[in-house]
Design a protein around this ligand. Structure first.
Ligand code: PLP
Length: 425
């Protein structure tokens, strides 16, 4: 069957044909390719077409697809039974590996998605502080729990939705929203401030110097908890994530994506004292049948064990060079471009006229709302390079992307930009 046939059939039994909206190509047009297999930096679709993949499961894959260590860990775990409803050694091993790598983090509890991690962290913050309000930043995405589904980036932004139908006014009444990169003035009603320490769901926006430090100080001033949503940055920016990189220690961390090695996982954590508020020791309830799932724990541990400070440095250096060349290639192709990078994270903003690098969601949206990205996306796809099918997502470069792969992407970007520019003028 062709991609079109697969998608058509899927649409009759799965809403929109997809289990997560951004996969649907709704914001770029056309029909998604249906992936049958991945290998390292590449994915293969049902028609046998190969794509250099910059989606990498939106950041869940850091080693690249089907890494042999991860596959071996998963199959060994599967042979021993995949879920028991009792403690397993894998939970202990992954928790120890995470806590050992993140300075200031003492305990983590595993859940099954990033959404659950942020949702549970908020409940914990509210339960521990006995305060109701939380503050998030415009354009930051923290999963799809009700209280956090306002002013999210990512797929929400692509659909032009401020929030979501089905979320009651009551559910978001205690959610305050502030512009990214400006330290808000808080008061004593605020339980917690949640932030992506590097905003990676409004394309890529780096924290301005002093922003994270300012948040830490303002939270301390009013006794609010600071939550770093490190679902993307955790174990990708470096072993200690964004907290270690920027030298700002939050009260609570949320993790997901990389720590599951491609299986469904999330985790949230902080000091032992704060986590003591969670059931069974404390009054804040939180649970999960598949939490700490043995296969997911084994996959995540195999990833953390395959990583090292040297590899992070290597990846960051490779991405830094790539970002510079990509920006130049798009510019010489005839479009204005910004390719910001923070360590191994890279973004892509396209425009017709010169523009300043966006510092918040309002600025990002002005650039990302143009019709250039859909055209550029399809020109890249036609050249065998798969970007995320949405302008608000970043470029995920895995450890399996070689310099040659990245050179190919740069060449494709030059040609794609020229094609788009020719059509636009
Ligand atoms: C992906 C993401 C989430 C949600 O994780 P899911 O596993 O998709 O529920 C939360 N926060 C950030 C920053 C993310 O990028």
């Amino acid at each position: 069957m062709s991609n079109a046939e697969y998608f058509e059939r899927a649409r009759s039994v799965i809403p929109g044909g997809v289990d997560s909206p951004v996969r649907s190509f709704a914001s770029v047009g056309g029909t998604p390719y249906t992936v049958v297999r991945g290998q390292g930096a590449y994915v293969y679709d049902v028609e046998g077409e190969r794509y250099l993949d910059f989606v990498q499961s939106y950041g869940a894959s850091l080693l690249g697809h089907a890494h042999p260590d991860v596959a071996a860990a998963i199959s060994a775990a599967a042979r021993a039974g995949t879920t028991f409803g009792a403690p397993t050694p894998g939970e202990l091993h992954l928790a120890e590996a995470i806590v050992a790598r993140v300075p200031g983090l003492e305990q983590v509890r595993f859940v099954s998605s990033g959404t659950e991690a942020t949702m549970s962290a908020l409940r914990l913050a509210r339960g521990a502080s006995r305060r109701d309000r939380i503050l998030k930043f415009d354009g930051c995405y923290h999963g799809h729990s009700d209280a956090l589904l306002v002013a999210g980036g990512s797929g929400l932004a692509q659909q032009g939705l401020p929030g979501s139908a089905g979320v009651t006014a009551g559910a978001v009444r205690d959610t305050l929203v502030a512009p990214y990169n400006e330290v808000p003035v808080l008061d004593e009603s605020v339980a917690a401030v949640i932030v992506e320490p590097v905003a990676a769901n409004m394309n890529l926006v780096a924290p301005a110097p002093g922003f994270l430090e300012g948040l830490r100080a303002e939270c301390d001033r009013v006794g609010a908890l600071l939550i770093f949503d490190e679902v993307i940055t955790g174990f990708r920016l470096g072993e200690g994530g964004a907290a270690a990189r920027f030298g700002v220690t939050p009260d609570l961390w949320c993790f997901g994506k990389v720590i599951g090695g491609g299986l469904p996982v999330g985790a949230f954590g902080g000091s032992a004292q704060l986590l003591a508020h969670l059931a069974p020791s404390g009054p804040v309830y939180q649970a999960g049948t598949l939490s700490g799932n043995p296969a997911a724990m084994a996959a995540g541990l195999s990833v953390l064990q395959a990583l090292s400070a040297g590899l992070y440095d290597e990846l960051a250096a490779r991405v830094g060079r790539f970002a510079g060349r990509l920006e130049k290639a798009v510019r010489t192709g005839g479009l204005a471009a910004r390719v910001p990078s923070v360590g191994p994270l890279a973004g892509l903003f396209l425009a017709r006229e010169e523009f300043a690098a966006p510092r918040n969601f309002a600025e990002a949206r002005t650039v990302l709302g143009s019709d250039l990205y859909p055209a550029f996306f399809h020109e890249m796809l036609a050249r065998g390079v798969a970007l995320a099918p949405g302008a608000y997502e970043i470029l995920f470069v895995s450890l399996a992307h070689t310099d040659d792969d990245l050179d190919r992407a740069v060449d494709a970007a030059h040609a794609a930009a020229a094609a788009v520019a020719a059509r636009a003028s």
